[in-house]
Ligand binder design. Structure first.
Ligand code: HEC
Length: 172
């Protein structure tokens, strides 16, 4: 009997606890309940959030949260200098990034290394703008947002080879 009462008490408590942490299993989730890092930003900019930022706004964020790993000015490292070409990147600046929205997505999802997913949308736009500016890709006062970031032409884009297209296949 005591056991039954305990189960009944648990049942009364559980739904309340679940609703505190968001919708229960199988319940629809509103846009405002999805954390920013669950979104996927596509190379063409689909999925980019509202908000904006410039290199001027991004510089103090970079200096406080990124510089001690990637180099005070972006060149020194010790880890993967973000401003190239450098010893690590003989190829043009931003060599591994054919599309600027992907840079935003990576930074917001994975950086800073000690606290990934901690940058707000505006901070992620601003620090992305700062890295693009330092690489000579955009102007210092250019505002990056869901419209302007996809329009940025990355310097090494034409050197990527679309293997799927070469084979006449479509990946999905
Ligand atoms: C504690 C050290 C550390 C800090 C701080 C840090 N990063 Fe990184 N970053 C790394 C490491 C390590 C990698 C490589 C990760 C990998 O390849 O998996 C990396 C990779 C990157 C890359 C990809 C580099 C490339 O050329 O492919 C970018 C862009 C980047 N970080 C941006 C940032 C930004 C912006 C910040 C600040 C908001 C930041 N990082 C803070 C350690 C750090």
């Amino acid at each position: 009997m005591l056991r039954l009462a305990a189960i009944a008490a648990l049942c009364a408590v559980l739904p309340a606890a679940a609703s505190d942490e968001g919708p229960g299993l199988g319940q629809p989730v509103g846009d405002d309940e999805i954390p920013s890092y669950f979104r996927s930003v596509m190379p063409d900019g689909q999925g980019l959030p509202p908000g904006s930022g410039t290199a001027v706004e991004g510089q103090p964020i970079y200096e406080a949260q990124c510089g001690f790993c990637h180099g005070e000015t972006g060149i020194e490292g010790p880890i993967m200098p973000l401003v190239g070409p450098s010893a690590d990147y003989a190829t043009p600046a931003g060599a591994y990034w054919p599309y600027a929205p992907t840079l935003f997505d990576y930074i917001q999802r994975a950086m800073p290394f000690y606290a990934p997913k901690s940058l707000s949308d505006d901070e992620a736009y601003a620090v992305t703008a700062y890295i693009l500016f330092r690489n000579g890709v955009i102007q210092e006062d250019a505002s990056m947002d869901a419209n302007s970031l996809p329009a940025v032409q990355m310097p090494n884009r034409e050197n990527f080879i679309d293997l799927w297209a070469l084979q006449g296949a479509t990946p999905y």
